[in-house]
Design a protein around this ligand. Structure first.
Ligand SMILES: Cc1ncc(C[n+]2csc(CCOP(=O)(O)OP(=O)(O)O)c2C)c(N)n1
Ligand SMILES: [Mg+2]
Length: 701
C-alpha cells in the first residue's frame, strides 16, 4: 500500500473506531491488546490518583510505545548505561506516564509500582515531566516542547560521530543503534524542531527514527485552530524519509520501523495518525483528554468499554507482566551478544579500545590544568576569545572527546579546532548526506540555529562519550536559554561559549550588546558562569568545564583585546579555582575593587591611579562568582573585606552585585542599553575609564 492509501485507510479506520469506540484497529491479538490497554490504564489511574497530569496522550500513543519498546528498542533494564543501547526520547514529555509505565513494565528496578502510584508527588521518581536523572532509563526530558526533538538529534549526531571513529574494517561494529522518539503537535509547532530537523536532514542522520503523534489536538482544541502545514512535505524538504501510518495499527507500526531502519542516509519521520484519549467514550479525540483527569465516571465508562476491571487500580494482568518481561529479555539478549562481540573486538583492536575508554571516561592528563594554563599564556594584549582559541587547540591535542562548533560564528568566537576536521557535506556532493568518514571531524557547523544548537549539545553530552561545546555571541544566549536552563536542571555538563560579552564589542550597536545577560545567566541555578580576565583564568574555565560532571558551564569572553594581568611567578591555580581572589600586589588597602573579565584591568589601572594619590586599594578578580559562592564565608570576607567599602565594576546590569556588598558600596555597572560606536567612545560615555571611575571613587569616599 502506498503512503497515501495507508493514510486514507488509517483515516477510515479511525473514523470507524471513533464511531463505535471499540478496539477494532490494529492487530487483533488479544494479549497485545491487553498489554496496550495496561499501558493506557496505568496512565489513566496515575493521573486520576494524582488529580493532575495528561491521560489522553499516553492512551493515544500506547500502541506505538508498545511496539517500539517490545519489538525494537534494544535496551537492558539491568544495564541502563550500555553504550550501544537504543535511545528513546519522549519529546512530548507531558505524556510522562507513558514512559514511566514502559520503564515499569519492562523491568527497570527503580520504577516500582509504588512509584507509579506516586505520580507527580514530592520526591517521587515519577515527576510531571520525565527529567533525566530522576530514574534509570529516562534518557532526556521535554518539559518545554521541542527540546526533546532536538536532544534526539544531538544523540543521533553523537552516535554517528562515534561510529565514524570506531566502526572500522572489523566485522564487529561497536556503534550500531538507533534513536527513537515520539513527538507531538506541540513539538512540531515549536521553531526549535524546525531548526533541529533541518540539521538532522542536512547531516543525513539515518539513525533517527521519529514518530509524530498526529492526533489533531492540542490544549486549546483541534489543531485546525493554528496548525495546518503539510508535515510530510516539510520533513521531506528537510531531507527526511517520511511515512504515514495509522498509529493504532501495530502491524503498520512494525512495518514502518523496519522500513525506517533500512533508510540509513536519512532520518525517518513516521507520521502516525492517532486518537487522543483512545478508549474514552466521552473524551476520545478531544482536547479534554489532553490535560486533566478523566474523572471517576469517565474512568469507569472507559474501563467498561474496553472490558477492563474497575478495581484494582494500577492493574497489571499476570499474562501482561509475563509478556513484557519475556519480550524485554529477548531484546536484552542483544546486549550480551554485543558484550561478547565487543570484548573480542577490544582484543583485536587494542589501540582503538584504549581510545574508546578515553571517550567514555573523559580521562584527562594529570597535569591537565597546568597544560591548559601554559597554552593560554600570552605576553601581548589579546581578547579572551583568542586566548580561549589557544586553549582549544591544546584541548584538541590532549582531550579527543572534546568536540564543538558554533552557530556560524566560528571565526568570531575563535572556536575552530584547527586540525580537527569538519563535519560537512563534501564539495560536489551538496545534495547528498555526508559519508560516515566525515563524522570523524571535531568541528560542528550548527548554522544560524542557536536554539537547536543548545539542545543538540545537551543531547550530545547526554549521549555520554563527548564533551561538546557550542559558541555564539553572548547576546544570542537569549536564543538558547531554555536549553541552558534544562542542562542546569538536569545536571548535564554541556559547554556554552559566549563571546562579544559587553558594550565594548562596539559598532554592532545595542542590538548586539549584552546588558542584562550576565546576571540573567547567573540567575540559573546549578550552572557555572566564567568571565575570565586573562589566559590563566580562561584556561581554568576550560579545565572546569571539561571536568564538570554535574552541570553546564557558560564561558563569557571578550571581543576586544585585554591587557595581560600582572602575575609574577607561576599562576596560583588554587586561587583562581576559588572563583574570586585578591591579585598579588593588591592585597592591602581600605577599599576593595572587585571586577570580572574585561573590567579587571580597568580596576587595576584605577587602583594604580588612586595609589599615586595615596589611596591604597585592594583588587579582586572574580572570574566565577558561582564558585565563589561555594567558598566559606570566612574566605568570601577575606576577599571582599569591609562589604561597605567595595567598588564592583562590571559592564552589565548592576543589581546582582548587591548580593556581595552592603548598601553604601559603589557599583559601577551599565543600567541602560548601549550604543553603536567605537568601543573607546562607549567607554568614555559610559564612564568605564580609569579617570572616570577614579573620579566616582573619590566622590564616594
Ligand atoms: C514550550 C512549551 N510551551 C507550552 C507548553 C505547555 N503545553 C504542554 S502540552 C501543550 C499542548 C501540546 O499539544 P500536543 O503537543 O499536540 O500534545 P497533545 O495534546 O496531543 O498531547 C502545551 C501548550 C510546553 N510544555 N512547552
Ligand atoms: Mg496533539
Amino acid at each position: 500500500m502506498d503512503d497515501q492509501n495507508a493514510a486514507t485507510d488509517a483515516g477510515t479506520a479511525i473514523a470507524v473506531a471513533e464511531e463505535s469506540n471499540q478496539p477494532i484497529i490494529g492487530q487483533k491479538d488479544k494479549l497485545e491488546e491487553l498489554c496496550v490497554n495496561t499501558i493506557r490504564f496505568l496512565a489513566v489511574d496515575g493521573v486520576e490518583k494524582a488529580k493532575s497530569g495528561h491521560p489522553g496522550t499516553p492512551m493515544g500513543m500506547a500502541d506505538m510505545a508498545f511496539v517500539i519498546w517490545t519489538d525494537f528498542l534494544r535496551h537492558d533494564p539491568t544495564a541502563t548505561k550500555w553504550t550501544n543501547r537504543d535511545r528513546f526520547v519522549l519529546s512530548a514529555g507531558h505524556a510522562s506516564m507513558l514512559l514511566y509505565s514502559m520503564l515499569h513494565l519492562t523491568g527497570y528496578s527503580d520504577m516500582t509500582l509504588d512509584e507509579l502510584k506516586q505520580f507527580r508527588q514530592w520526591d517521587s521518581r515519577t515527576a510531571g515531566h520525565p527529567e533525566y536523572g530522576h530514574a534509570k532509563g529516562i534518557e532526556v526530558t521535554t518539559g518545554p516542547l521541542g527540546q526533546g526533538f532536538a536532544n534526539g538529534v544531538g544523540m543521533g549526531l553523537a552516535a554517528r560521530m562515534m561510529a565514524a571513529r570506531f566502526n572500522g574494517e572489523d566485522a564487529f561494529k561497536p556503534v550500531d543503534h538507533y534513536i527513537y522518539a515520539i513527538c507531538s503537535d506541540g513539538d512540531l509547532m515549536e521553531g526549535i524542531s524546525s531548526e533541529a530537523a533541518s540539521i538532522a536532514g542536512h547531516l543525513g542522520l539515518g539513525n533517527l527514527i521519529y514518530f509524530y503523534d498526529d492526533n489533531n489536538i492540542s490544549i486549546e482544541g483541534e489543531t485546525r485552530l493554528s496548525f495546518s502545514e503539510d508535515i510530510k512535505k516539510r520533513f521531506e524538504s528537510c531531507g527526511w524519509h517520511v511515512q504515514k501510518i495509522d498509529g493504532h495499527d501495530r502491524g503498520a507500526i512494525r512495518k514502518a520501523i523496519k522500513k525506517a531502519q533500512k533508510v540509513t542516509g536519512q532520518p525517518s519521520m513516521i507520521i502516525a495518525k492517532t486518537i487522543i484519549g483512545w478508549g474514552s467514550p466521552k473524551f476520545h479525540g478531544t482536547a479534554r483528554a489532553h490535560g486533566e483527569p478523566l474523572g471517576a465516571d469517565e474512568v469507569k465508562a472507559t474501563k467498561e468499554s474496553l472490558g477492563w476491571p474497575a478495581e484494582p487500580t494500577f492493574h497489571i494482568p499476570v499474562p501482561v507482566r509475563e509478556e513484557f518481561l519475556r519480550k524485554t529479555k529477548k531484546l536484552s539478549r542483544e546486549r550480551k551478544k554485543w558484550e561478547k562481540g565487543f570484548s573480542e573486538w577490544k582484543s583485536r583492536n587494542v589501540e582503538l579500545a584504549a581510545q574508546w575508554d578515553t571517550y567514555w571516561s573523559h580521562k584527562v592528563p594529570d597535569n591537565f590544568e597546568s597544560e591548559l594554563v601554559a597554552a593560554g599564556n600570552s605576553d601581548k594584549a589579546l581578547a579572551t576569545r583568542a586566548l580561549s582559541g589557544q586553549v582549544i587547540q591544546k584541548l584538541a591535542a590532549i582531550a579527543p572527546f572534546v568536540v564543538g562548533g558554533s552557530a556560524d560564528l566560528a571565526p568570531s568566537t575563535s572556536t575552530l579546532m584547527k586540525e580537527g576536521g569538519s563535519i560537512e557535506r563534501s564539495k560536489g556532493a551538496e545534495g547528498q548526506s555526508p559519508a560516515l568518514d566525515v563524522f570523524k571531524g571535531r568541528n560542528l557547523h550548527f548554522g544560524i540555529r542557536e536554539h537547536a544548537m543548545g539542545a543538540v549539545l545537551n543531547g550530545m553530552t547526554l549521549y555520554g562519550s563527548f564533551r561538546a561545546y557550542g559558541a555564539t555571541f553572548l547576546i544570542f544566549s537569549d536564543y538558547m536559554r531554555p536549553s541552558v536552563r534544562l542542562a542546569a536542571l538536569m545536571k548535564v555538563p554541556s559547554i556554552f561559549i559566549y563571546t562579544h560579552d559587553s558594550v565594548f564589542l562596539g559598532e554592532d550597536g545595542p542590538t548586539h550588546q549584552p546588558i542584562e545577560h550576565l546576571w540573567a545567566l547567573r540567575l540559573i541555578p546549578n550552572m557555572m558562569l566564567w568571565r575570565p580576565a586573562d589566559g590563566a583564568e580562561t584556561a581554568l574555565a576550560w579545565a572546569a568545564a571539561v571536568r564538570s560532571t554535574d552541570g553546564p558551564t557558560v564561558m563569557v569572553l571578550t571581543r576586544q583585546k585585554l591587557d595581560p594581568i600582572p602575575r609574577t611567578g607561576p599562576v596560583d591555580i588554587k586561587a583562581i579555582q576559588h572563583g574570586a581572589y585578591l591579585l598579588e600586589g593588591f592585597t592591602e588597602g581600605n577599599i576593595t575593587f572587585i571586577a570580572t573579565g574585561s573590567e579587571l584591568s580597568l580596576a587595576i589601572k584605577t587602583a594604580q591611579l588612586l595609589g599615586r594619590e595615596g589611596v591604597k586599594a585592594r583588587v579582586a578578580s572574580a572570574p566565577c562568582l558561582d564558585l565563589f559562592d561555594r567558598q566559606s564565608v570566612d574566605y568570601q570576607n577575606s576577599v571582599l573585606g569591609d562589604r561597605k567599602r567595595v567598588v564592583a565594576i562590571e559592564a552589565g546590569r548592576s543589581s546582582g552585585w548587591y548580593k556581595y556588598v552592603e548598601h553604601g558600596a559603589l557599583i559601577i555597572g551599565i543600567d541602560r542599553y548601549g550604543a553603536s560606536s567605537p568601543a573607546e567612545r562607549i567607554a568614555e560615555e559610559l564612564g568605564f575609564t580609569p579617570e572616570k571611575i577614579a573620579a566616582k571613587v573619590r566622590e564616594w569616599m
